[in-house]
Design a protein around this ligand. Structure first.
Ligand code: GCO
Ligand code: MG
Length: 407
């Protein structure tokens, strides 16, 4: 069996999904996602210029060797541009393998460990009252877990917070241009306000709701330790990215001062970014994404390592991941013995569903994996032609005095 061709598409309904389609001499094709948020053209180019020409002629069934060939063969290893491109190839090869075997990918991983996989939604508000409405909206729809972010009095804009009350800010990319907007951050205001706000959410929604909160890398290690201690009474399901991920020792300080579960890893792109954190049991949830971390092959290794250390999965599922990455994660979530939760933003616009038809279902705050062979998601090339790449950007963050800070 041989790969005969592969095509890369960039675009989508209000997103720049990078979609890889690998064709074979047996008529079976596979799909992968290489969307690197706000840098989408780069993995696309890497695929087009270097990887696709080498893929042609390879036996698609040898997904392990193909992953090693590109990873080791690049010489300059890792980095999210490369791993997103490798990740797309790897997903497409598992898709092909499943179609060949006539089995859904979760069966190739070891079968189902559960029926539905719990997801969490993003509740957000310009202020706390607005956030409460947003949480109530998700709770009414059956979500068991909700991430909560709200505006901080006196701070013009916090992370993932809408400007006006009632706006539902589900994507943070601004498609009006390539130059990022500037947001202003004030740690002191955040530290004073947020623990009390989280307590009020707990009081209002009761003990059952799983409440998650994302600090988005904004605190210094000592601040993060103090914040984690302050939010202990809230009984958070997790505290996400309390400090920038590069300084892994920071997490030790947090651990020494608090038992709040820590989730980290959405910016990681290899097992070497998290093996120490996992082995030293400094985290509770590993947040890698199948796209950025290089595909199902390496993520399965991360999940297995995590399982040895009581670390559960909480895969990244921001709106930048296409339904192909979400499908790959749905299969891993169905299998992983140490599954925790899946981040899930409703992508389900009719345009998105038409571009990526699939039978994966979201119902009652759970994802139900499709039983179709392979990844169980398709891609309608005829519809893809409607969408072009639209340059966009995340905001950047500065402190009040102008100092650059962590987005
Ligand atoms: C999350 C993330 C995202 C990121 C985004 C960056 O928890 O979902 O923090 O919202 O900001 O993926 O591209
Ligand atoms: Mg996050």
């Amino acid at each position: 069996m041989k790969i005969t061709d592969a095509k890369v598409f960039v675009g989508g309904p209000k997103k720049n999904y990078v979609t890889l389609k690998i064709m074979t001499d047996q008529g079976i094709y596979g799909l992968g996602d290489a969307t690197l948020n706000n840098r989408e053209t780069l993995p696309a180019q890497y695929l087009q210029d270097y990887l696709v020409p080498n893929l042609i002629g390879m036996d698609p069934r040898n997904s392990e060797d193909i992953w090693q060939y590109f990873y080791r063969g690049a010489y300059f290893r890792r980095g999210p541009i490369a791993t997103a491109a490798f990740g797309a190839i790897d997903m497409a090869l598992w898709d092909i393998k499943g179609k060949l075997a006539n089995l859904p990918v979760y069966q190739l991983l070891g079968g189902k460990s559960r029926e539905g996989a719990m997801v969490y939604a993003h509740a957000t508000g310009a202020d706390l009252e607005d956030l409460m409405d947003s949480v109530a909206f998700y709770v009414e729809q059956g979500y068991k877990a909700v991430r909560v972010q709200c505006g901080i009095p006196g701070m013009p804009k916090g992370y993932a917070v809408p400007e006006a009350k009632g706006d539902n800010l589900n994507h943070i990319t601004d498609y009006t241009g390539i130059r990022p907007k500037v947001e202003v951050w004030d740690t002191d205001r955040y530290m004073r306000y947020m623990p009390g706000a989280l307590e009020r959410i707990r009081e209002r929604f009761g003990p059952e709701l799983k409440i998650l909160h994302d600090v988005h890398h904004r605190l210094l290690p000592r601040e993060a330790a103090a914040f984690a201690r302050a939010v202990e009474p809230v009984d958070l399901y997790w505290l996400e990215d309390p400090t920038p991920a590069e300084d892994q020792d920071a997490l030790r300080l947090i651990r020494q001062h608090s038992t709040v579960p820590i989730a980290i890893g959405e910016v990681f792109n290899s097992i070497y970014d998290c093996n120490r954190l996992i082995e030293q049991e400094l985290i509770d949830f590993i947040r890698v994404a199948v796209t950025y971390a290089g595909g199902i092959t390496p993520v399965r290794r991360i999940v297995d390592l995590a399982g040895l250390h009581h670390v559960r999965t909480g895969f990244h599922g921001a709106p930048s991941h296409s339904p192909i990455c979400m499908a790959a994660q749905a299969h891993l979530n169905a299998w992983a013995p140490n599954f925790g939760v899946q981040e899930y933003l409703v992508l389900g616009t009719p345009e998105c569903d038409a571009l990526f038809p699939s039978e994966h279902r979201m119902e009652n705050g759970m994802v139900w994996v499709s039983d179709a062979p392979g990844l169980g998601v398709d891609f309608d090339e005829s519809k893809a032609a409607r969408y072009d790449y639209v340059p966009g950007s995340h905001p950047v963050v500065r402190l009040e005095d102008g100092t650059m800070w962590n987005y």
